[in-house]
Design a protein around this ligand. Structure first.
Ligand SMILES: *Cc1c(COP(=O)(O)O)cnc(C)c1O
Length: 394
C-alpha cells in the first residue's frame, strides 16, 4: 500500500487504505464476500491464528472491511480502526471493553439518545455507574471525576443542542484522573475535526451519517490512537460479534470517497440557511457553530475546520409552531438521521429524544420548540424558499 499518511485531506479521503487488486488490477476495492478463507497448508493456518498477516474468518477480519478501516484510521490519525455493524455497536464496543463491575463513566449530558439510555437502563446490571454533565464547561467534567472513573465520553458538537466541548481541556482533566477519553465525532466527521490530535484516546463514528453520506447504510467504526487500546478493543469486538459485513464495508467505502465534496457543499448551504433563519421574524433563536452568535464560536474555530452541516432553531410559538414547519416542508424529508446527501428535518422532543425524561431533556437544553435541520447538498435557493414558505404559515 502506498503511504498516504502525509498527503492532503482530499487525497487521503480518496486513496488511504486503497490498493489496486493484485490479481486483476481492479481499481475499486473488490467485495470479498466470503465468510472464510482457505489456508495454503497447516503451517500457514497456524501462522494466521498466531496473529501473522492473513485472513481466517470474516468476523475476525476481511479485506474489504480492512480497506475501510485503514481509510478511516488514516483520516482520524489513529493507529488503526475496527468497523462495526452500526454506530451503536461501535459505542457498545467501547463501553464493553473498558467498563465493568465497580467502574464509572462521565459523559456529555446531550449525547446521542441511545448512548445515554443504555448506560442508564442496561449497564447498571453489570455494576457500571454513570454521571452525565454539561461538558461545554470542563469544570463540570472535573467535578464529576471519581477514583473509579475509567472513561470520559464526549460528543461535540452535541446532538441536537450543538453545544461544543473543549477537547483539550477535558482530555487533560480525564488523563489526570487516569481515565481514557472517547469522542463521538459523528456530527463533525473526520473532515472537520480530529479529536485524536486534541488529546482523545478513542474516536468513534456512526458511519450511517456523514462518512457513508447516502442514507442507505447503517454502520459504525472505532479508531484508537495507541496499539494497546486497539488490541484490547479488537479482542472484545471480534468475540462479541458486532462486526461489519464486507458488502456493507464496500458501500461505505464508496460513500466516503465524496466525503470532502459533500461536506463542503452541505456546510456552505448550512451557513447560508443559518444566516437566513437568524434574521427571520418567526424564528426565536438559531444555534449553529459557524455563526458568530454561537456562544462557543471561538472554540469552534480553534477545534473544528468549519461549522458543519447541522443546525437547530426554535420557531416562535413553540411546539405547535414547530409542528407546522416540519409537517409542511417539501425539500427536506421529515426523518431522523443526518449527514446524508439530502436535507432532513426532525423534532427531537417528540422523536429522537422522546425516550429521555422531560426534566433531563430540558436540563440538557433540548427545548420543546427545537427543530433540527441536517442540511444536504441540494440547490441552496430551494431549501431557503421552502423554509421561507412554511415559516409564513406559522
Ligand atoms: C446515529 C448516531 C449514533 C448511532 O449510530 P447508528 O448507526 O444509528 O447505530 C451514535 N452517535 C451519534 C452522534 C449519532 O448521530
Amino acid at each position: 500500500m502506498k503511504d498516504m499518511g502525509k498527503r492532503g485531506l482530499m487525497t487521503r479521503i480518496i486513496h488511504a487504505g486503497q490498493h489496486t487488486d493484485p490479481g486483476t488490477g481492479a481499481v475499486s476495492t473488490p467485495i470479498y464476500q466470503s465468510s472464510t478463507f482457505a489456508f495454503r497448508d497447516a503451517d500457514h493456518g497456524a501462522a494466521c491464528f498466531r496473529g501473522e498477516p492473513g485472513y481466517k474468518y470474516t468476523r475476525l477480519g476481511n479485506p474489504t472491511t480492512a480497506a475501510l478501516e485503514d481509510n478511516i484510521a488514516n483520516l482520524e490519525g489513529g493507529c488503526g480502526a475496527l468497523a462495526a455493524a452500526s454506530g451503536m455497536a461501535a459505542v457498545n464496543m467501547v463501553y464493553l471493553t473498558f467498563l465493568g463491575q465497580g467502574t464509572h463513566i462521565v459523559a456529555t449530558d446531550a449525547v446521542y439518545g441511545p448512548s445515554r439510555m443504555i448506560l442508564e437502563n442496561e449497564y447498571p446490571r453489570f455494576g457500571v455507574a454513570s454521571t452525565f454533565v454539561d461538558s461545554s464547561d470542563p469544570q463540570n467534567v472535573a467535578k464529576a471525576m471519581r477514583p473509579d472513573t475509567k472513561l470520559v465520553y464526549l460528543e461535540t458538537p452535541a446532538n441536537p443542542t450543538l453545544k461544543l466541548t473543549d477537547l483539550e481541556a477535558c482530555a487533560a482533566i480525564a488523563h489526570k484522573g487516569g481515565a481514557l477519553v472517547v469522542v463521538d465525532n459523528t456530527f463533525a466527521s473526520p473532515y472537520l475535526q480530529n479529536p485524536l490530535q486534541q488529546g482523545a484516546d478513542i474516536v468513534l463514528h456512526s458511519m450511517t451519517k456523514f462518512i457513508n453520506g447516502h442514507t442507505d447504510v447503517v454502520a459504525g467504526i472505532v479508531i484508537a490512537k495507541e496499539p494497546a487500546v486497539l488490541e484490547r478493543l479488537r479482542k472484545v469486538h471480534y468475540n462479541f460479534g458486532g462486526t461489519m459485513d464486507p458488502h456493507q464495508a464496500w458501500l461505505v467505502l464508496r460513500g466516503v470517497k465524496t466525503l470532502g465534496l459533500r461536506m463542503e457543499r452541505a456546510q456552505a448551504n448550512a451557513m447560508k440557511l443559518a444566516a437566513f433563519l437568524e434574521k427571520h421574524p418567526k424564528v426565536a433563536w438559531v444555534r449553529y457553530p459557524g455563526l458568530e452568535s454561537h456562544p462557543q464560536y471561538e472554540l469552534g474555530k480553534r477545534q473544528m475546520r468549519g461549522g458543519g452541516a447541522v443546525l437547530s432553531f426554535g420557531v416562535k410559538g413553540g411546539l405547535e409552531a414547530g409542528k407546522v414547519v416540519i409537517n409542511n416542508v417539501e425539500v427536506p424529508a421529515l426523518a431522523v438521521s443526518l449527514g446524508g446527501i439530502e436535507s432532513l428535518i426532525e423534532h427531537p422532543a417528540s422523536m429522537t429524544h422522546a425516550g429521555v425524561p422531560l426534566a433531563e431533556r430540558q436540563a440538557a437544553g433540548i427545548s420543546d420548540d427545537l427543530v433540527r435541520v441536517a442540511v444536504g447538498c441540494e440547490t441552496y435557493e430551494d431549501i431557503e424558499a421552502d423554509l421561507k414558505r412554511v415559516l409564513e404559515m406559522v
